[in-house]
Design a protein around this ligand. Structure first.
Ligand code: GCB
Length: 594
């Protein structure tokens, strides 16, 4: 016993040490906080391919004081990179780069010990280490969720020197891991804020309908820095709510308020201004109210069955060949989603930036949000569980106030095994503990086709555990239709809602041929794939949504066909240049008819 206890202790200690993930949870919604200042702009940068910068102490940003002093690096007068933005798309020689890039900038601040100062990063891929004025303030792993550091102690009056080491090497124990079908964009991908708030301030809040009620708004507010009970005002002017809350000794106040908000729905995505005020600190948000539940194989939005007319996309602007990061980018992607007639998006395969999530919800789009547990994950490694839990926690924490989000997805296309089942069913439980008001899903590709009865089935413990089963099946592309589509039956998780989370095939825009497989890669063949799949879908009794793969052609090192792909996954309904392929209209017609 002692031996195994010791081993266990060592493993836990090792995991804690190596992970050392940002200790502090991040503040809710810096976008709605009046004391948050963006540090976006052009930052100095050094490409450090061999990773020498830490030993050479680049983080000190030292300048030679006399001409005999030898400092063999300099941030000044060289490369400058845009923040936010991936580095790969900013310089031709960084296109395929994976490794270390150092970023540096200064910002002015006032040292004020009566307040608290933070650096907030909306997303840095894949790993970030942060130094302020030469002192390390922390690190964070995971490219798609925010993190922050309290820098009150390190901050100086006047000019502050901020240095970030970004590393986007793929890793065996990373999430995602060594291979994935999208570009491995590295860099400070999303907004960076300096936030200077009163010592006592709003750290976190949740404002949603109480589960099972359409006329009760419930939630909590959590203060930071409060050592005694504090009065907090919650206001929702359009609902005539002005409630005085008092926090407990831990800075927390829960509430339930009778109210009759107009419910958020795709046709009328009503949102309300919600504000919390404590002393001179205030944060405001736009929040919608709706209920989402599963009844048998139906998905009920505000108590009514809904069919999810969806689409997948990456957080990428194909025309710019880089990551999306702004409201304008979100509008570009999502207007194309709306034009297709969608009411649902799957932000495959990771939490996308808050601009996208927020603009989508304002446009009335329901959202499936996923952590990047994509094929090829080393589930037997205990570190993976810890990392996955952290990413899941950060995703749910960030987006728990978003009415648009209806499904938390924990994985995409993972092979059943003892370890995988344990890790993923554990994540399902954790998701329900963290947020019991939304649905839990996962995307599966391990269905079995039974030739004798022309039927698909799915045997998977994970499918039993989730609320919504996502199915990725590329009939007509990776798998030919074995018989006519109308003869194929589906007997997959029939007691639950099934969403076709991925289907489709590739076509090079402007390449024409017949609808025959001999002319695969043509727009006509892609169109035919969609037509046939829609015929097959008639035989899925529990089909409650579809989400083609994918809206735009996207960049991916997976895709090595020199003529048709050239490093692009061509399954887009819209090309990388923004031209709609023929299949686009098939999808649009399918949605119009629903
Ligand atoms: C899948 C993956 C998706 C890929 C897609 C494809 O099953 O989930 O990330 O990009 O197939 O194009 O093969």
């Amino acid at each position: 016993f002692f031996k195994s206890f010791k081993t266990c202790f060592l493993i836990v200690a090792f995991v804690c040490l190596t992970l050392n993930l940002a200790a502090q949870s991040f503040m809710m919604n810096p976008y709605g906080c009046k004391d948050a200042v963006l540090l976006n702009g052009r930052w100095n940068a050094i490409i450090d391919q061999y990773g020498r910068g830490e030993a050479k102490k680049f983080f000190q940003n030292r300048k030679p004081q006399k001409n005999t002093e030898f400092v063999e690096y300099s941030f000044d007068g060289g490369l400058r990179l845009d923040v936010p933005g991936d580095f790969n798309s900013q310089l031709p020689e960084l296109k395929y780069y994976e490794g270390n890039v150092w970023y540096q900038r200064t910002f002015m601040a006032k040292k004020d010990t009566s307040r608290r100062q933070y650096l907030y990063f909306a997303g840095v891929s894949y790993e970030a280490a942060v130094w302020l004025n030469g002192k390390k303030v922390g690190r964070h792993e995971g490219g798609f969720t925010p993190f922050q550091f309290d820098v009150s102690d390190q901050l100086v009056d006047g000019e502050n020197d901020l240095v970030i080491l970004v590393n986007n090497n793929r890793r065996v124990d990373g999430i995602p891991a060594m291979q994935f079908d999208w570009w491995n964009y590295g860099g400070i991908l999303r907004d960076v804020f300096f936030v200077d708030r009163p010592r006592v301030h709003v750290h976190d809040y949740k404002v949603q309908l109480k589960k099972g009620f359409e006329d009760v708004i419930a939630g909590y507010v959590q203060l930071e820095g409060a050592s005694s009970p504090q009065p907090v005002e919650l206001s929702v002017p359009e609902l005539n709510i002005k409630q005085q809350l008092t926090t407990d000794a831990k800075g927390r106040a829960s509430f339930e308020i009778a109210a009759k908000p107009q419910l958020w729905e795709p046709a009328a995505p009503r949102m309300y201004q919600v504000a919390f005020t404590v002393g001179s600190d205030a944060v405001s948000d736009e929040i919608g109210f709706r209920s989402i539940e599963v009844k048998g194989s139906d998905i009920l939005l505000n108590g009514k069955p809904v069919f999810l007319k969806g689409i997948n996309f990456h957080e990428e602007i194909p025309q710019r060949m880089g990551r999306a990061y702004s409201d304008a980018d979100a509008a570009m992607i999502l207007s194309e989603v709306k034009a297709l007639g969608c009411n649902f998006i799957r932000t495959a395969h990771y939490p996308q930036n808050e601009h996208i999530v927020r603009v989508a919800e304002k446009m009335g789009l329901m959202i499936w949000e996923e952590i990047p547990l994509w094929q090829g994950i080393e589930f037997s490694n205990p570190v993976i569980l810890k990392k996955a839990e952290t990413m899941l926690r950060e995703m749910i924490y960030r987006d728990k106030n978003r009415a648009g989000i209806i499904i938390w997805s924990i994985a995409n296309e993972t092979d059943p095994s003892e370890y995988r089942d344990k890790v993923l069913t554990g994540l399902v439980d954790m998701t329900r503990r963290l947020d019991g008001t939304r649905l839990v899903g996962a995307a599966f590709d391990n269905m079995t086709y039974h030739k004798d009865v022309s039927t698909f089935t799915l045997e998977d413990r994970l499918a039993e555990a989730v609320d919504v089963v996502g199915v990725n099946k590329y009939m007509g592309w990776y798998m030919p239709f074995p018989v006519e589509p109308e003869k194929i039956m589906w007997d997959v998780a029939v007691d639950k809602p099934l969403i076709m989370t991925e289907f489709g095939g590739e076509a090079l825009y402007g390449q024409h041929g017949s609808k025959d497989v001999a002319h695969s890669w043509s727009e006509e063949y892609q169109e035919e794939i969609y037509r046939k799949n829609y015929v097959m879908f008639e035989n899925i009794p529990n089909l409650r949504g579809t989400s083609p793969w994918v809206l735009f052609d996207f960049r991916s090192p997976y895709r090595c066909h020199q003529r048709n792909q050239e490093g692009w996954n061509r399954k887009g309904l819209v090309s990388d240049k923004g031209q709609r392929k023929k299949a686009w209209w098939v999808v649009k017609n399918f949605y119009e008819a629903r």
